[in-house]
Write a protein that binds this ligand. Sequence first.
Ligand code: EPS
Length: 390
Amino acid sequence: MRYLTAGESHGPQLTTILEGFPAGMPLLAEDINEELTRRQKGYGRGRRMQIEKDTVEIVAGVRHGYTLGSPIALVVKNNDWKHWTKIMGIEPLGQDEENEVKRKVSRPRPGHADLNGAIKYGHRDMRNVLERSSARETTVRVAAGAVAKKLLSLVGIKVASQVVEIGGVKARVDYSLTLDEIKDRTENSPVRTTDPDAEKRMMKAIDDAKENGDSIGGIVEVIVTGMPAGVGSYVHYDRKLDAKLAAAIVSINAFKGVEFGIGFEAARKPGSEVHDEIAWEKESGYYRKSNQLGGFEGGMTTGMPIIIRGVMKPIPTLYKPLMSVDIETKEPFSASIERSDSCAVPAAAVVAENVVAWELANALVDQFYSDRFETFVEEINKQREYAREF
Ligand code: EPS
C-alpha cells in the first residue's frame, strides 16, 4: 500500500490518497473522525486547535460503507483558511498586491525547517517552507492511519498509546495493565498518561513552560497486541518491519529517536538479561516469557505485544526568543511569534499510534495480499493457526 498527503497548514484543505486496501472492507467517516478528534485534544495546545474542528470527507474509494479496492481519497478542510485567503491565495498576485501580502517570513526559527528548506527550494519567503513543514500535516497522516487502524481492528489487532514522559516528568508505567485499561486511562487524561500522579506534574511542567514562553517535549509509547508472528522479514534491509516502524516514528514532526521494548537499556545489560526465553503451550502456541525486545526479532514480529517509544523534541516555535539571522539583512535578531503550542506530546502519541498502524497494515497487506477483504482476513487467520502449531 502507499499514501501521499498534500496541503499547507493555512491552505484550503489537507488531502490524502491511499492505495492498496482490499475491496469489501467496512469503512465509515466516523472511524476516521474519532482519531482526528483524539489528535486535537491534549493539554498544552495553542489557540489554533480552538479554530479547527477536524472532520474528514471521504471523496473516493468507498461506496455504501465499504471500500471498493480503488484509491481512497480523504479531505480535511482547514477552518483557519478563511483568515488566510489572501496570504495563501492560489492565483498569481497583481503588481500592487505584492506589497500588500503580509506575513512574509525572512526570519528563520532555530530548530525548524525554515532556513534549510529555503536554501533547498530557493524560497526567499520562508512561509513557502513552514506552511508545509508544519505539524498540521499530521492531521491527514492520522486520517490515513485511521483507515489502517480499522483494517487492523477487523483482524483482531489493537493499537494504543501512552505518554511516558513530558519535560523530564516520568510516568510510572504499569505493564500489568491490559490494552483496554491503558486506553481507558489515557482517554481520560489530559496528557494521555496512565499514571495520575505524573499527570499532575506533567500538567504543571506544561504550565511552567507556557509561563516562561518556552516549550517542552517528551516520550510516547505505542503498544500493539494481536499481530501474528512472522510478519516482516530478515532477508533484506528494506523488508525489516521494525526498521519501517522506526522510520515512520522519526518521520513525525519533531521526533528525534525511537526504541523498541527496553530499547537503549539493552546497551547496559548482558545478553542473558535482554533476550526473551521461548516457550510453547497448546492454547496460544509459541510465546516469550518476557517481552524485553518489544515484539521484534530479526525484523519480524514475534507475536508478542509490539512496544515502541518515540522521543519528541520541544516544539521550536517559541515565545521566548532565540537568536537567529534575517536572510534579507543578514542582521541578527531575536525571534518572536504570535501563537504556538507549548507542548504537543499528547497529540503526538495519537499521531504515533496511527503511523504505526499504517506500517503494520501495510506489512499485512504485503504478506497476505488479496484483492478481497474477506479472503485477506482468512489468510491472516490461517497464518495464526499455522504459527501456533508450527
Ligand atoms: C504548527 C503551528 C501551529 C500548530 C500546528 C503546528 O499552527 P499555527 O501556526 O496555525 O498556530 O497549531 O498544529 C496544527 C495546526 C495541528 O493541526 O496540529 C507548526 O508550526 O508545526
